[in-house]
Design a protein. Structure first.
Length: 262
């Protein structure tokens, strides 16, 4: 399984995922040209992508949708609440609505609700063969009922949006600070680390800290919060910081079988 984070932050979010049986994007908050450029670096074209998954309808996750639909044939997975929030209409023959977990070829997609001020917001557990990726972004908290199904996976993409002290002492107006720290806002470094402490295990190979605020966070603060819990647990996955204006290097976790990629 492969993941390459193309952009992560309040100005735009998009990730490329490849399993043994499918290639897809999660969110499209970047321009078509930016997406095309990043795919070319991986020797891919737009129509090599099979599907787009949407986590929610906010502009920094969907701003490139209209142009992407115009220049591609890919189909879009979303729920009814997300569709109602979108400003771009998706043709019926390109829309794949889900209400529960579903399967794409050999790839299982488990849906779990996130808590954000966007209707229908979700996270994904993506599993193919013996490899799993947990994808959590834009949420004020994670319901503990999901802990058991998200525990001890290979890769975690986890929002680590802000440092609480920087946020509260920073220039944002009070109402915006309250939105960010609310149960329908964003995860702080401390809270993200506390969830990772409950979730990661000996199988975990990578943690990607994502959606860092440009004004209310620093990379070293996000890394420090997570590194503290790793030291406490005596676990040693690689921790990476997703960036707004620079794609991360591709991460790959190999399947047990050889040559499973198409």
């Amino acid at each position: 399984m492969k993941i390459k984070v193309l952009a992560s932050g309040s100005k735009g979010n998009c990730s490329y995922i490849e399993t043994a049986s499918a290639r897809f994007l999660i969110d499209i908050g970047i321009t078509y040209q930016k997406l095309k450029q990043e795919l070319e670096k991986m020797n891919l074209e737009i129509n090599d992508i099979d599907f787009l998954f949407l986590t929610h309808a906010h502009n920094d996750h969907t701003s490139g949708l209209k142009v992407l639909l115009k220049h591609s044939d890919l189909k879009v997975f979303a729920n009814k609440l997300i569709i109602k929030e979108l400003t771009t209409e998706i043709p019926k023959d390109r829309l794949l609505l889900y209400e529960n977990n579903f399967k794409i070829f050999s790839t299982n997609i488990t849906i779990f609700n996130t808590s954000h001020d966007a209707k229908g917001s979700v996270g994904f557990l993506i599993t193919d063969s013996n490899i799993s990726l947990v994808y959590i972004t834009d949420t004020g908290y994670l319901n503990r009922k999901y802990f058991s199904i998200l525990k001890n996976k290979d890769i975690y993409y986890m929002e680590s949006n802000h440092d609480e002290k920087m946020l509260m002492e920073g220039p944002y107006p009070y109402y915006l600070k309250q939105r960010i720290i609310s149960d329908e806002g964003h995860l702080s470094n401390k809270t993200a680390a506390s969830y990772l402490k409950r979730l990661i295990g000996s199988t975990t190979k990578y943690i990607i800290l994502a959606h860092l605020s440009e004004h209310n966070n620093k990379e070293d603060l996000a890394y420090q919060a997570t590194n503290e819990i790793l030291n406490e647990l005596d676990l040693h996955p690689k921790v990476l910081i997703a960036k707004q204006n620079e794609a991360l290097d591709e991460i790959e976790v190999l399947y047990d079988q050889i040559n499973m990629y198409r």
